[in-house]
Design a protein around this ligand. Structure first.
Ligand code: NAD
Length: 478
């Protein structure tokens, strides 16, 4: 018997959760349920996180959480509970299988069977944003080695457990050489540990084009958070419908399972919604807690129901579908099919699909880190980079000399183009004049002097070399 936490959520949430729980209990799930309240009511009661502190205690104690979609109220101040839950509980891996159900659910891709493995905690989703000048705002993209190692290892372990043949990595490391570059590098390192699984890397733009045109070319695809967010919805949609996909959010301690769609408030309370997405989440949950036999019974009965043409309104098509069912009636049909297997669609046989145990991340020995210079970001309303250079050169010393100015990454001094459009946000790079290591005291000295010269420094970034390798981007055109 496993104790799990359940939240019925908002909108169509309660209806699809009731249907899902009814199906899995009828299939013999050995679970006990603690129900918690999250979402709109909690938000509107004045709790900006959408969840009460006592509910966290239950989630953390039970470690397994089945969550229906919730409505995040519009307007400022309300934090997305999904994002908060993923981060608080360290749910670093988001797993979203997207498989077509051709010919029973319309899709252009009859043979699609892709699993998107999305990094779930970092990247631009760290949510570290600042306005720095009148004209420029910034969002920090953070990619960490442990973050990359955990998600990429998860993708390979998942592929091995699920007997899949290939893991593909998507990044944009031709542009983001440090952040996406690290993700790609770690992918290449870890791939070597899995010689039994094919691996490949695609630049995300052409990879995304290929995925949406020829999804059969992919098997397991791993990527950083933002790309994964976008591509997992596309993959689910082209496999048939976002209403059919579930996802698992997996951490070292806890896991959360859900449908990928939202609370569809306009469909709420009408016995219309398709419970399949949440049911798919529940099937992943059953596998996770080792109740594989129940997961198989549910999934095969669900496939049989889809194959029988018993469809909710969202996937109902004249000619292919036999009967349009409501949420409750669809659940009844799946329950009636428990013990049956699909005839045309491939029945599932999960084998061992229980929670993956990954080795703990081991921090490597520190590398030799040397300060080579500093970028001073300046809020300046002038137009000519040459003029700014004259001003900034007043900060030059024997240890630190202005070597470059960029505007939104493009070199504008020395030898800029007059055509380059400039905002009020300038990066001024100071380095040791003969390329050697710069002393740390130079940074406060530069800042102090900038204040004396009435130069508005909005932030600094230190320029380091690790083991002798410069580890920062050059200016575009440098
Ligand atoms: P949505 O996914 O709720 O609905 C979009 C449309 O898809 C609906 O109007 C409906 O036509 C259809 N649809 C979605 N799920 C369906 C189902 N199970 N059966 C049949 N049709 C279905 O997206 P939205 O309208 O952008 O968002 C509504 C609310 O949901 C927002 O408050 C949003 O913040 C929230 N949301 C929550 C989650 C979550 O809790 N995980 C995810 C996404 C959106």
């Amino acid at each position: 018997m496993t104790r799990i936490t359940v939240a019925k959520g908002d909108g169509i949430g309660p209806e699809i959760m009731d249907a899902t729980l009814r199906i899995i209990m009828a299939a013999g799930a050995k679970i006990e349920i603690d129900e918690i309240e999250v979402g709109e009511k909690v938000y509107l009661a004045g709790n900006t996180s959408g969840i009460a502190p006592e509910a966290w205690d239950i989630i953390r104690r039970n470690k397994v959480f089945l969550k229906a979609p919730i409505t995040t109220p519009q307007g400022g101040g309300y934090k997305s509970l999904n994002v908060t839950t993923r981060k608080f509980l360290g749910l670093y891996a988001n797993i979203r299988p997207c498989r077509s159900l051709h010919p029973f659910v319309e899709t252009k891709y009859p043979n699609m069977d892709v699993v998107i493995v999305r990094e779930n905690e970092e990247d631009l989703y760290a949510g570290i944003e600042h306005q720095q000048t009148d004209e420029v705002v910034q969002c920090l993209k953070l990619i960490s080695r442990p973050g990359c190692e955990k998600i990429i290892r998860y993708a390979f372990e998942y592929a091995r457990q699920q007997k899949r043949k290939k893991v593909t990595c998507f990044t944009k490391d031709n542009i983001m050489k440090q952040t996406d570059g690290l993700f790609h590098k770690v992918f290449d390192e870890i791939a070597k540990e899995y010689p039994d699984i094919e691996n490949e890397h695609w630049i995300i733009d052409i990879g995304a084009a290929k995925l949406s045109d020829t999804p059969e070319a992919f098997d397991v695809v791993v990527m950083p958070n933002l790309y994964g967010d976008i591509l997992s919805d596309i993959a689910a949609q082209i496999s048939g419908s976002v209403g059919l996909a579930g996802s698992a959010n997996i951490g070292e301690e806890c896991a959360m399972f859900e449908a990928i769609h939202g609370s569809a408030p306009r469909r709420a309370g009408q016995n219309l919604a398709n419970p399949s997405g949440l049911l798919q989440g529940a099937v992943m949950m059953l596998n996770h807690i080792g109740q594989t036999d129940v997961a198989e019974r549910v999934q095969n009965a669900w496939l049989k129901t889809i194959e029988d043409g018993l469809h909710t309104y969202d996937i109902y098509t004249e000619g292919m579908s036999k009967q349009k069912l409501g949420t409750r009636e669809f659940a009844d049909a799946v329950i009636a099919n428990l013990g049956e297997k699909p005839r045309q669609l491939q029945p599932v046989n999960y084998g061992n699909s229980s929670a993956l145990k990954l080795p703990k991340y081991k921090r490597a020995a520190p590398r030799k880190k040397e300060l080579l210079g500093v970028d001073l970001f300046v809020h300046w309303r002038g137009e000519s980079a040459d003029e700014l250079a004259v001003l900034m050169q007043k900060l030059n010393s024997a240890q630190a000399k202005l070597t470059m100015i960029t505007n939104r990454g493009i070199k504008v001094w020395p030898e800029g183009f007059k055509e380059t459009f400039c905002t009020d946000h300038w990066r001024c790079r100071f380095k040791h004049p003969n390329g050697s290591v710069m002393e740390a005291q130079e940074i406060p000295r530069l800042l102090q002097q900038a204040i004396s010269e009435k130069i508005d420094i909005v932030k600094t970034e230190n320029l380091y070399a690790f083991d002798g390798e410069p580890a920062f981007s050059l200016g575009q055109g440098q």
